[in-house]
Ligand binder design. Structure first.
Ligand code: HEM
Ligand code: HEM
Length: 236
């Protein structure tokens, strides 16, 4: 009698295209920010790419409210008690999307990137490069923002290093193909692997257009109408 054929691994969609594009554009963007500021000393280009990154982050924040389940903050940001409960439970299956612990690192990175983008708007290099809103605050405030911009960059680097170590741990030690999922959108599961959280629902084109609209508007306003933005913010 022949052995029954082993059940085949299966795939479940976990990341939609907008999140994957966001992620890889973010990686390229952060690298470009470091390159233009610290290596090439091209601050004009640094600020142009920075404003585009700001639009990308605004898109992500809106997508985190109206986008697909795996992108939504309400789906992956958990209170400390739920994080502890997640850590204590025996590993009986796979968590689709950011697990409650990984979510902390995602939040920390997004916050640090946001701080970097906002402080950049008010920073100056004491020569002739200045962020689009720096003319509307005092010199002391410009210096403070520039200092935070410099220090927070190291915080961001540390968070990225932690992110990469954590991903490598899951990928190689726990044999969870997270990187493939961030590329293809599909999570590969062994035939006997259970999913711990409900299967995600995915948002459609209208939600995408709304989130993209917010991102493009933020970029356009800061790029072409900085005085108006300064006025709305009540700056001098
Ligand atoms: C500048 C460097 C990087 C930054 C700032 C960064 C940032 C992020 C952020 C913010 C997320 C959350 C995505 C979201 O929900 O919007 C994320 C997730 C992820 N990143 Fe990165 N990333 C970087 C580099 C990388 C690299 C080089 C890899 C792989 C080789 C990678 C693999 C992943 C994976 C697999 C996830 C999903 C994690 C999960 O399953 O919970 N990242 N990253
Ligand atoms: C995630 C995004 C960003 C990253 C990673 C980043 C990174 C950096 C780094 C590494 C420096 C060099 C600091 C030093 O001299 O040690 C710098 C300087 C600077 N950045 Fe950014 N930056 C970002 C966004 C922005 C944005 C959006 C703007 C404005 C539109 C901006 C404007 C500036 C200015 C004016 C300086 C010169 C200030 C100084 O030398 O202290 N940056 N940035």
């Amino acid at each position: 009698m022949s052995n029954p054929t082993p059940a085949k691994p299966r795939h479940i969609k976990v990341w939609d295209l907008p999140i994957r594009l966001f992620h890889w554009l973010l990686v390229i963007g952060i690298f470009a920010m470091w390159l233009t500021a610290d290596v090439l000393d091209r601050l004009g280009l640094h600020m142009a790419i920075g404003l585009a990154l700001l639009g990308l982050i605004v898109f992500r924040l809106v997508w985190g409210v109206i986008g697909s389940d795996t992108a939504r903050f309400t789906q992956f940001v958990k209170c400390p008690r739920s994080i502890l409960a997640y850590l204590k439970q025996p590993k009986t299956g796979v968590w689709l999307g950011h697990n409650p612990l990984g979510a902390l690192s995602v939040l920390a990175m997004l916050t640090s990137i946001l701080v970097q983008l906002v402080t950049g708007l008010f920073a100056n290099d004491q020569i002739y490069n200045e962020g689009p809103l720096s003319d509307y605050v005092s010199e002391r405030m410009q210096d403070l923002m520039s200092a935070i911009h410099q220090i927070n960059f190291y915080v961001l680097l540390a968070l990225i290093a932690l992110h990469l170590v954590a991903i490598a741990f899951y990928q190689f030690k726990k044999k969870e193909p997270l990187v493939q999922a961030m590329i293809t959108g599909q999570r590969r599961l062994q035939a006997d692997e259970k999913v711990l959280n409900p299967n995600p629902r995915f948002a459609g084109w209208i939600a995408f257009l709304i989130a993209a609209g917010f991102g493009v508007t933020a970029w356009y306003l800061l790029h072409s109408h900085a005085p108006l933005v300064a006025q709305w913010l009540g700056l001098k």
